[in-house]
Write a protein that binds this ligand. Structure first.
Ligand SMILES: Nc1nc2c(ncn2[C@@H]2O[C@H](COP(=O)(O)OP(=O)(O)OP(=O)(O)O)[C@@H](O)[C@H]2O)c(=O)[nH]1
Ligand SMILES: [Mg+2]
Length: 397
């Protein structure tokens, strides 16, 4: 089954704690501090892979955790960084944050976006020796990794997309125009998931065309297969509106589909449309299209059964399909075409937690209550240990 939606939870790795260690030397009970730094926690990264077609890989597993950084050790040994976790998705996948805000849009193969950044490793006690404090008996604790609930939605990247009632001949047309072989049958809702095909012009240019399930009146209320698949039309720059011309009232059926496009929103009803009047083999005379509409950029009479009019339509597609917007090299990429960013830079906390030989010390703008509690818990505080916050010393409960 085609899947164009997934809800996942991503947890980046915690940074490793700084080492708390002293050099061992003959005849010296305690040498200088030599605790190395903890390693960085691993990131959770989204990667677009052109071999993937959809998001069905996220059915079974929905929680992804990157590796922890290793703690720093004696002799100034740096802990190893935690391993990253890479989530591979189909090109065209968008990631949304908890408020529904767009976090990332992977529109190109191999595009990468960090969804959750690993925590910094803590500094080892080797950094904290001063002339007046030659034996620092504390080291920095590693920072927790970022965590997020993320919604993934695939919106196919096609230059043009089919729209039309069931049985109009959309899949038959894609078979005629492209290398794709979607199923064709004489009952409605044959196509249950979008299919992409590549159309080639005689001079070697290529266009991708998406065939999607048919729409019927009331689709916005969930009738038929509903509007669910219209997301795959959102990025198409031209709609191929396929109409069965062998049936009466071509104009009414055009308006039915057009209303559903408008009800879906996202500007689908503003897209240029090429009208494809199909099944002319069943008509004695060429069909008319009695609609005046400035979005209609061409009207084509074809037969997917005999192939009549197909070559002409194919050539016209390359002329009619507006060119893909090029991202300007010196400008930041704009929404929603080529966005690959994180919402905020990784936040360095306003306070630091240090591990001492009796427990923990919180320095800086320490949080209160539950936030402090969870930060200390994440740092590994256990019952009975001493926690120093500012001037206060508490026992950890
Ligand atoms: N006579 C004739 N029949 C056609 C033509 N094009 C398609 N058909 C037939 O119309 C029926 C529907 O064709 P499909 O291509 O499956 O239609 P569709 O629009 O993809 O339908 P859904 O996937 O259900 O939305 C099939 O039985 C086709 O063989 C044509 O040009 N002439
Ligand atoms: Mg079909």
């Amino acid at each position: 089954m085609f899947a164009d939606y997934a809800r996942i939870r991503v947890v980046a790795g915690r940074g490793g704690d700084g080492g708390l260690s002293f050099r061992r030397e003959k005849h010296v009970p305690k040498g200088g501090p030599d605790g190395g730094d903890g390693g960085r926690g691993g990131d959770v990264v989204l990667v677009a892979d052109e071999r993937l077609r959809d998001l069905s890989g996220f059915r079974a597993k929905t929680v992804f955790k990157a590796g922890r950084g290793e703690p720093g050790r004696g002799a100034r040994k740096h802990g190893a960084d935690g391993t990253d976790v890479e989530l591979v998705v189909a090109v065209g996948t968008q990631a949304f944050g908890p408020e529904g805000e767009l976090i990332a849009d992977l529109t190109r193969p191999d595009a990468r976006v960090v969804l959750a950044r690993g925590g910094q490793g803590g500094r080892g006690n080797q950094h904290f020796a001063t002339p007046t404090r030659q034996t620092p008996r504390f080291a920095e604790v590693g920072e927790p990794g970022e965590e997020a609930e993320v919604e993934l939605r695939l919106k196919l990247l096609a230059d043009a997309a089919m729209a039309g009632l069931p049985n109009a001949g959309k899949s038959s047309l894609l078979r005629r125009l492209s290398n794709a072989k979607p199923k064709v049958a004489d009952y409605p809702f044959t196509t249950l998931a979008p299919v992409l095909g590549t159309v080639e012009s005689p001079d070697g240019a290529q266009l991708t065309v998406a065939d999607v399930p048919g729409l019927i009146e009331g689709a916005s209320h969930g009738v038929g297969l509903g509007h669910e698949f219209l997301a795959h039309l959102e990025r198409a720059r031209l709609l191929l509106h396929v109409i069965d011309a062998s049936e009466p009232a071509v104009d009414e059926r055009f308006r039915t589909i057009d209303r559903e496009l408008a009800l879906y929103g996202s500007g689908l009803d503003e897209r240029p449309q090429a009208i494809v009047l199909n099944k002319i083999d069943l008509l004695p005379d060429p069909p008319a299209f009695p609609v005046e509409d400035e979005r209609v950029v061409g009207v084509f009479a074809v037969s997917c059964a005999t192939g009549a009019g197909i070559e002409e339509l194919k050539l016209a597609l390359f002329r009619l399909c507006p060119a893909a917007p090029e991202p300007a090299a010196d400008e930041p990429h704009e929404l929603p075409e080529f966005l690959e960013y994180r919402p905020q830079p990784p936040s360095r906390r306003a306070y630091r937690i240090y591990r001492t030989d009796r427990g923990f010390r919180v320095v800086g703008d320490a949080p209160q209550g539950e936030e402090l509690e969870s930060a200390l818990k994440a740092a590994g505080a256990r019952k009975g240990q001493e926690v120093e916050v500012g001037e206060e010393t508490l026992e950890w409960q």
